[in-house]
Design a protein around this ligand. Structure first.
Ligand code: DGP
Length: 211
């Protein structure tokens, strides 16, 4: 039996990532599993959730970064098992978010290379879709924006720039696709996503790849 495909949907806050992930899951049902990072229901995920939702919760940037990475390592075996069982696995955020959000803080010593180091050895997705928009400040006007720690327009600009650096440095162009969502409807973005996913599913990979 061929293994399932590992498909990552990445994006800035409020780019419609979660909506698109749900649409994709519906199209791929029943042979699909969704894993959303940070995975907030694990012991490590609970600390991360507290950090994100409680502005008074103090943790050094290095500790937070390593917790997010540990949260991905917690689930590595589960993802591998699902793929080996032939299930397609959709990830909502993963290594690129992990590095981009932490490096964007510009904490001394925490450049992208430092941030990437603890994720080396995690499974590399077969396809990564990055939902991006040319107006990250405009997204800050959307309902609900600002409720969590990183939802600040100026910070989102830095995150976007970190994502672009990362795709350039560690992303394989055959595996990473940038999808511009500015001015597009949910259906239009959904069609772009589905087009990329179908292409990937038609050319399955057998070997696992790792960061
Ligand atoms: P979400 O549940 O997708 O809205 O993500 C919550 C927030 O956490 C969002 O602002 C992005 C940020 N985030 C996601 N993954 C990571 C990570 O690995 N490291 C850091 N520093 N931030 C992350």
């Amino acid at each position: 039996m061929a293994r399932g495909q590992l498909i990552l949907v990445e994006g800035l806050d409020r780019t419609g990532k979660t909506t698109q992930t749900e649409l994709l899951i519906n199209r791929l049902k029943p042979n699909v599993e969704l894993i959303k990072f940070p995975k907030r229901d694990t012991p490590i995920g609970k600390i991360i959730n507290e950090y994100l939702t409680n502005a008074n919760y103090v943790l050094p940037d290095q500790s937070v970064h390593l917790l997010f990475s540990a949260n991905r390592w917690e689930v590595k075996d589960q993802i591998t098992k699902l793929l080996n069982e032939g299930k397609n696995v959709i990830l909502d955020r993963y290594v690129y978010s992990g590095v981009a959000y932490s490096a964007a803080k510009e904490t001394p010593g925490m450049n992208w290379q430092w941030c990437f180091a603890p994720d080396k050895g995690l499974l590399r997705p077969d396809l990564t879709l990055f939902l991006t928009h040319s107006d990250s400040r405009g997204q800050a006007q959307r309902d609900g924006f600002g409720e969590e720690r990183y939802e600040v327009g100026s910070f989102q600009d830095k995150v976007k720039s970190q994502f672009e650096t990362l795709f350039d440095k560690i992303g394989n162009p055959e595996e990473v696709k940038l999808l511009e969502v500015t001015g597009k409807s949910i259906e239009e973005v959904g069609a772009m996503v589905w087009n990329q996913v179908q292409t990937r599913l038609n050319c399955p990979n057998d070997e696992f790849k790792y960061f």
